[in-house]
Design a protein around this ligand. Sequence first.
Ligand code: PEP
Ligand code: MG
Length: 922
Amino acid sequence: MKKWVYLFHELDAAEKYVGGDWDAVRGLLGGKGANLADMTRLGVPVPPGFTVTTEACNAYLAAGGKFPEGMWEQMLDALKEVERLSGKKFGGTDNPLLVSCRSGAKFSMPGMMDTVLNIGLNDETAQAMIRLTNNERFVYDSYRRLIQMFGAVVLGMPDEAFEDVLEEFKRQRGAKLDTDLSAEDLKELTAIFKGVVRKELGFDFPMDPFEQLKLATEAVFKSWNGKRAVDYRRATNIPDDLGTAVNIVTMVFGNMGNDSGTGVAFTRNPATGEKKLYGDYLLNAQGEDVVAGIRNTEKIENLERDMPECYREFLQICDKLERHYRDMQDMEFTIERGKLWMLQTRNGKRTAKAAVKIAVDMANEGIITREEAVKRVTPENVDTLLHPQFDPETIKKAKADGRFFASGVNASPGAAVGQVYFDADTAEKMNKEYHQDVIMVRPFTKPDDVHGMLAAKGILTSEGGATSHAAVVARQFGVPCVVGAASVRIDLDKRQMEVDGKVVKEGEWISLDGGTGEVFLGKLPMTSPSLEEQTDLLTLLDWADEICARPGIRKSVNGSPTTGLQVWANADYPKDAQRARSYGARGIGLCRTEHMFFEQERLPIVQRMILAKTSEERKAALDELLPFQRADFEGLFTAMDGYPVIIRLIDPPLHEFLPAAKDLEEQIITKRIEALAGYVLGKGEPKEVVELEHMLQAVEAMHESNPMMGLRGVRLSIVMPEIVEMQVRAIFEAAANVTLKGVHAKPEVMIPLTGHVNELKVIQPRLEEIAREVMKEKGVSFPYKFGTMIEIPRAAVTAAEIAEIAEFFSFGTNDLTQMTFGYSRDDAERSFLVTYVEKGILPKNPFQTLDRDGVGRLMQIAVADGRSTRPDLEVGICGEHGGDPNSIEFCHLVGNNYVSCSPFRVPVARLAAAHAALKHAA
Ligand code: PEP
Ligand code: MG
């Protein structure tokens, strides 16, 4: 008979069953169950209990809602053992055992599935409990909670069915808080709640404890496929087939008086990463009071004052657990009459900032290695840290202007500006259908609200603390969040909120700072944070670089380097290059020179060059452009002193530098109408019109049906070599000039859009000649290279020949993806690509994440064949994929020397490169 049930002290058996692998144990028992068993083995006080496996859940769901054979009997046997360990009896009338029934999947899904507490209470056991505890109030409080939870979770009744009755009851009794209700009140409420069940469902709340247990177990199994859980799995990429385990745990009570309490705590601050216990507790309360954030909690350090011994023991347990799991822990505990019980521990969710600080601190404390620290931070974490913020001046000004609205707990950092919506469905709709930036505002959030929170740029609640649902979920998804802004009065009927007469109606704008917990009226400007000030992140990125720089970290493929990837940047201007360098770029992988042509003072010269009728005219215009280009390049070489700078020769079709034919025609008509009077007087066609018509003729003459596949890149250089000749002269003059000033310039000239080696054979020697000429003229020499982009499939499959001429390859995967799929990169996303991804025809958008099977295959061929001709061929990538972690991993595997991405992505790419190196370490 298969074993479906494991007692907490049967961890060894579970390990044996799955072959000893901890990940597989978590798969079988769920994260919570595995950790409860593990804590039991560590000697941490855990209430006796057992886990029904995820295999049982999957079997139950596969059978259409039937317990697998033997499971229930095994649960009954395990319950007997729990009875023995606890000295209590389930359903007993002397010393009754009460249990909780808790969900727990392999990966934590906070609040997404169901939990029922106080199972085993009925009219008889309640009397026994009253005799035992002498605390009638507590027993009826537990009993009415059971009926409420059971009704909502197991029997599927709406929360409000009980909440409305409770509110009305409190109003009649003049009670503000639940704790203001007396034992007599709660007894009456229990009877009323039973009546609610009967009225709503037509049957009685089950008195049989075993019936309660059975139904609760089924409810937890079913909650795996509930909407909340499914939505959460979609958002977090948790597979659907894992199933949830069910943990049956002896109840311990935090609401047995003022020597009892309950709380949640993190071993380090989950918002900042600071190494200091962080959490909340409540005396005389049950767990959900703290988590729901309904009552105002005490800070965990005050427990030292209330219960010094328990606090001391708790600190020791925290330390033990953190060292055992080698990560920050998120724990739930209960103190029952002075005795501390640990109910849960798990690796705590944290903000990006905390993730970095905790990883770096733990490596420095010797708890984990530097490699582990690097692995613990995700590229998304780094991205978040470089996201927008409000600068202090903006905040100061907003306050001076009277735009301060409210403040609350700074639950998840980052700035957010958006339009306010007061429920999750509307927030989601406004974002998805109307593409609005949305701030979701609620009194507090519940797991049903997650879809709205995910669609929001920011979240604001008026209730709850740092460990409330809103705070935990926001931190996990990196959504800026302020909770517990108590001065905000939210009126859900009027769809507005108000503080001291300042009213914000639905759809109006607010700005929210999750780092300080402040909220402002209207839209505040945001700024990008500076990397320089984030010292922990800098340390971590240095460690990442150090990993990539290790010789031997990578298996050599076709003579590729044995160090990891370097990260270079795409930068067109000296200021971009400076930023790239300060973000850790080790070279420029792409300077798109045509961007320099578009500047205001240059464009007319470029147009004159294009419209020139004679070679002399063209040369004259190019001579005017040369100093501009030279100055740009000097700036780039100086910013990247000592590092390679790849400058791409002109790439786009020339018509891009001229106005569109349609615009020219309109201008001509307008000018003609304006000049009509003069025309009638016989002055002839005005000069401007003549010029415009000349331009229009040129544009029409250049018209191509498929300009992206037309006269551009190397083809243009062959047809009109004067432009690239000027560019190469400007590059080498600039390199020579800065070399003379002591800068180490390393120019690499890149020829775009090569498809046939003969194209290079025609153009490259001519350009190399100019390079040599300039160095001779200037009397200096410096290292340089000539190479090409691989953007056309034919270039990839004839790489062996191309590498005879080209000294380096750079994959232009924007064009290579376009040409390989035959999808127009400018149009595909808005016409069919989104549908393709939604329907699963393509797994991902290939313009964002490299298509390994197709485009990637071409890259493999190109690298192998290219290096077979030229073993020291330098290989990089400069398409958008150079900043995408998944594509970076592929570039590592293919044997690239470097990836090049936008300066802002450089830190993300450095971390992703180290992850790839560690994942595939030789
Ligand atoms: C590319 O095609 O990937 C590339 C970097 O060039 P561009 O995007 O300028 O065409
Ligand atoms: Mg290109």
